[in-house]
Design a binder for this molecule. Sequence first.
Ligand code: DC
Length: 223
Amino acid sequence: MPLTVAIDGPVGAGKSTISDQVARRLGILHLDTGAMYRAVGLYCIENNVDIQDADAVSALCTAQKAKVDVRYQDSAQRTLLNGRDVTPLIRSQEVGQAASAVSRYPLVRKMLVQRQQEMAQSQPMLLDGRDIGTVVLPHATVKIYLTASAEARARRRMLQLRDKGDQTPFEQVLEEVNARDWQDTHREADPLRQAEDAVLVDSSELSFEETVQAILSIVEAKQ
Ligand code: DC
């Protein structure tokens, strides 16, 4: 079994950037599984598929209309939708909301989880998402549950948005963080939860580097 590191946690906990750095320092690839759900969300937006219509979205999976894959370019993930590199198109709030909606449907999850498991079987990898330690890799070498208070996460999200010239007020960002938390933890299919054997890392009071170090120490201790 190659080394597998599972990092789960709520939106805005810094999973993607922290995971990227941890994987780099461990010399392994990082799979951001949220990007795959975002690609399905993007497909729905671009093709006018109603994200609230479970049958319509599930049919995309059975008919293989929204094929999602990942490749690596200089160790950086590129997310592909029907062979098209959609990496720059999936970071908006709109696509994030669509991803959260379509991730409720079991057929969407089945399609993406299968691909994630295949990838982690063939090489050492760090995967981040919502269900990695609980569903995708129940036997992962190391499981981390990375979280922070909703306020700390909303503050970070707001600063990221400011960098992009988006002036959304703090209260609205916090509301969106709370709404996403609710949706991710209350859905029926594989809701976000801490795996019993996952180590909790609360980054509310930690800097980026401190969080990376905390996770690296946990990985080292388990290896
Ligand atoms: O991490 P993110 O914001 O890019 O994820 C987008 C959405 O995808 C998130 O709201 C929930 C869903 N998701 C999921 O259900 N399971 C995963 N492993 C990763 C993401």
